[in-house]
Design a binder for this molecule. Structure first.
Ligand SMILES: [Zn+2]
Length: 472
């Protein structure tokens, strides 16, 4: 989808206009009966679009009076954009000029998120696929548009990465794509390969990788924007399990088919780097992505094995499907060398998180101070990438005690999302936020602005948060 800023929607074959005046519509030659119907909607406070076919092309009119000052207003405007996406898709309209000032970028965001399609793997059916090819946004603030466009590119990149099967996106392809994106958008990307990972004694990443024929990678992203405050970086860590079979603790097939999405955390970190670097935001961030697939071969980890993470903590692996925390452990330990002001990890980590609150929000927990949480929650509200804070009490540590090693990698049936978080706490020494995105990362049905598949959850949240932090 190409997105452009245009001075006016005049002349476009398909125009979508938010709250036009009836005078403007009359001047544009709209018939009285249509005008009356529109006025009627305004009077009744009907939200949503009215579709008119005029002599000059398709015209869509909406009457929402939501505004951009509140989280609820922003959500309503994005939803309006998403509804517009539905109408465009249904009518196979491929080019629209959206005139929704001053809410233009918010409505356009909902539209762009809704109109996203993953079409790269269609072969003979490629020509039949609808896509919104061109979105013209009526407005004049080119700097604001460029920042927004970079954000939409970042979300799109994350969704494409998530939706790409492991056959096309193994660990090495993910690393190559990260390098490409770094060169394209202006952030540094360093890929550590197996020999370096061995030298760093990353026993979690190497352990999970034992069942794979592809090598692991550890991807380091660095971006420091011009004018960024002179302080230690915020580190973003993304789980990059490019495919998760569960390993020897094999998943049932109906729980496995979507497991290309187990690198959604990695995708969110990469998408965020694309957004902040392309927009040249004055922030100082580091991204860490441990990546491997989790499969079975003759040498795969078995339940009962004990491995040693890079900080010396030994882990009894009782379930090889609880692999995300093993690779994150090495990444969280590695993050210490930056003396970070804050570390946020994103991971499709537990079914427990997804079962607790479904696809509607992210499960969050950690050791960061209240001011950090308040700032994160403010960004979560404004982006509708909502967070639900779970307890991080030490009581839960009891559940991951091992008889033969320092800890075990799985608790009992209770509070699985929290025992996973408490596991990760063994590898930190800095303010920490753990985001378990297992619910919202990949959808099996449309939710809010999103269709099925990868959502890129985390990109809009983190970009908003980092932007706000840079201004604080
Ligand atoms: Zn797993």
């Amino acid at each position: 989808m190409k997105r452009s800023l245009v001075p006016s929607s005049a002349g476009a074959a398909v125009r979508a206009v938010l709250r036009p005046s009836t005078d403007a519509l009359r001047a544009a030659g709209i018939e009285d009966s249509a005008l009356n119907a529109y006025q009627n909607r305004l009077d009744r406070g009907v939200k949503g679009w009215m579709h008119l076919a005029t002599a000059n092309g398709d015209l869509l009119l909406a009457t929402s009076d939501a505004h951009t000052a509140t989280a609820d207003g922003l959500h309503a405007l994005r939803q309006l954009g998403a509804d517009l996406g539905g109408i465009l898709a249904k009518n196979k309209l491929r080019h629209v000029a959206l005139d929704a000032q001053p809410a233009a970028l918010t409505v356009a965001e909902g539209l762009a998120l809704n109109a996203y399609r993953y079409t790269k793997l269609f072969g003979t059916k490629a020509k039949d696929q609808w896509t919104l090819e061109q979105l013209d946004v009526v407005g004049s603030d080119s700097a604001e548009f460029a920042t927004w466009n970079a954000l939409m590119d970042g979300v799109t990149e994350a969704r494409d990465l998530i939706n790409t099967p492991v056959l096309q996106l193994g660990s090495l392809e993910l690393a190559a794509r990260a390098e490409q994106l770094g060169a394209q958008h202006g952030f540094k990307c360093t890929v550590l390969h197996k020999a370096q990972i061995e030298a760093l004694k990353m026993g979690g990443l190497l352990g999970v990788n034992k069942g794979s024929v592809d090598p692991p990678v550890f991807i380091v992203l660095e971006y420091r924007g011009e004018g960024a405050p002179q302080e230690h970086p915020t580190v973003l860590v993304g789980k990059g399990v490019v495919y998760d079979t569960g390993g020897i603790s094999l998943k049932p097939s109906n729980f496995m088919e979507d497991m290309k999405c187990d690198m959604s955390g990695a995708a969110a970190v990469l998408g965020t780097f694309c957004a902040v670097a392309a927009a040249k935001l004055p922030v100082n961030v580091v991204g860490l992505i441990p990546a491997t697939d989790n499969r079975l071969n003759g040498n795969a980890l078995v339940p009962g094995d004990v491995i040693t993470i890079s900080n010396g903590v030994t882990v009894e692996v009782l379930n090889t499907d609880a692999e995300g925390r093993l690779i994150l452990a090495d990444a969280l330990h590695y993050a210490k060398k930056y003396q970070p002001k804050l570390v946020i990890d994103l991971a499709t980590l537990t079914g427990a998180a997804s079962r607790a609150i479904g696809p509607y929000a992210t499960v969050a927990m950690g050791t960061a101070d209240r001011a950090t949480w308040d700032a994160l929650q403010a960004s979560a509200g404004m982006t509708h990438e909502r967070l639900v804070e779970f307890p991080f009490w030490d009581d839960y540590k009891e559940l991951i005690k091992s008889d033969i090693a320092d800890i075990k990698n799985i608790g009992g049936a209770e509070a699985g999302m929290i025992t996973a978080g408490k596991f990760l706490e063994y590898f930190i020494d800095y303010p920490y936020v753990h985001l378990d995105i297992a619910g919202p990362a990949f959808l099996d049905r449309p939710v809010a602005y999103y269709g099925k598949g990868g959502t890129g959850v985390g990109v809009r949240l983190l970009t908003h948060f980092l932007t706000a932090q840079s201004r604080a």
